[in-house]
Design a protein around this ligand. Structure first.
Ligand code: ZN
Length: 247
C-alpha cells in the first residue's frame, strides 16, 4: 500500500515533500442532502471520499477535504438538505483547481459523488485541462470520470448508491430505517412541496419506505454489487495516474 496524507493535516514542508515525491491530489465533491431513511445525509461526499482513499492507497498522494457545499438536483426542499447558489460553488471549483495546478500537482482527480456536479465540471474544467496538457486532470462522477472504460450505474439513494454504501461504509447504513408510518415532518416548514416543484422520478411520500429515492428498489442492493462498481472505477483511475506519472 502507498502512503497518502490528508492535505489539511500537513505542514508546508511536508506538502512540498509530498508534491515532489508524488504529485497526486484527490478532491471529493459531495453535498449534504436527504438520501432516504437508510443513508447518511453526507452520502455523496462520503462515497466520493472513500473511493478517493481507495485510489490513494495504490498511488499515494494527498486528499483534499471533501467539498460539502454544492447544489443541483431534486432534493432542495427536503429537511436536512443544503443547496448553495451555483455561482458560489462554481467559483470555488475553478479557483481551487487552478491553485492545485499552481502548487505543482501533476495528477488531479476531482470525483463528484453528487451527480449534478457533472454539469459544472463539464462546463468549466475542459478549458483548464486544455491550457495545461502536462497535467492529468480527471473529473466527473463515478459513472463518468473514466468514460466508457467502466460499466457502472448511478441513481439517488436507490439500488446503485445503496450498494456503493454497503461496500464502502456499511457501518453508516441502516436498512431497517426504511419503513412506512412516517408523517410530513420531513419538510422543514411541515408543508409538502407543491406538485410543480417535485422532481418527477423522486418518491415524495414520507410513508413510502423508499422515500426520497430515485431508481431501482434499494432493498435489492448488495455490497458485492457495489464493490464490483467501486473496483472498476478505482482500478481505471489508478492505471491512468500511474501511466501519466510513469511516462
Ligand atoms: Zn447521491
Amino acid at each position: 500500500m502507498a502512503t497518502w496524507r490528508r492535505y489539511e493535516e500537513l505542514r508546508p514542508d511536508e506538502l512540498a515533500t509530498c508534491v515532489s515525491q508524488t504529485p497526486v491530489v484527490f478532491w471529493p465533491l459531495g453535498l449534504l442532502e436527504h438520501h432516504g431513511w437508510h443513508l447518511p445525509v453526507g452520502f455523496d461526499g462520503m462515497k466520493a471520499e472513500r473511493m478517493c482513499m481507495r485510489m490513494a492507497e495504490q498511488t499515494g498522494g494527498v486528499l483534499l477535504p471533501t467539498m460539502w457545499w454544492g447544489g443541483g438536483g431534486g432534493h432542495d426542499m427536503f429537511h436536512w438538505t443544503f443547496y448553495q447558489d451555483e455561482s458560489a460553488y462554481t467559483q470555488i471549483l475553478v479557483e481551487t483547481t487552478q491553485k492545485l495546478i499552481a502548487y505543482g500537482f501533476r495528477a488531479i482527480v476531482i470525483l463528484a459523488g453528487h451527480y449534478p456536479w457533472r454539469k459544472t465540471l463539464e462546463e468549466r474544467l475542459p478549458e483548464i485541462r486544455e491550457a495545461h496538457p502536462e497535467i492529468l486532470l480527471l473529473f466527473g462522477t463515478e459513472v463518468t470520470i473514466v468514460g466508457d472504460a467502466v460499466n457502472v450505474k448511478g441513481d439517488h439513494a436507490a439500488k446503485e448508491e445503496t450498494s456503493y454504501g454497503l461496500s464502502l461504509f456499511p457501518e453508516r447504513i441502516d436498512m431497517d430505517a426504511m419503513r412506512s408510518g412516517r408523517g410530513d415532518e420531513v419538510w422543514p416548514n411541515r408543508t409538502p412541496p407543491p406538485e410543480d416543484r417535485r422532481h418527477s422520478r423522486v418518491r415524495f411520500d414520507p410513508n413510502d419506505p423508499l422515500f426520497a429515492q430515485m431508481g431501482e428498489d434499494s432493498r435489492e442492493a448488495s455490497a458485492a454489487h457495489g464493490e464490483a462498481g467501486v473496483l472498476q472505477v478505482v482500478n481505471e483511475v489508478v492505471a491512468r495516474i500511474q501511466r501519466h506519472l510513469g511516462g
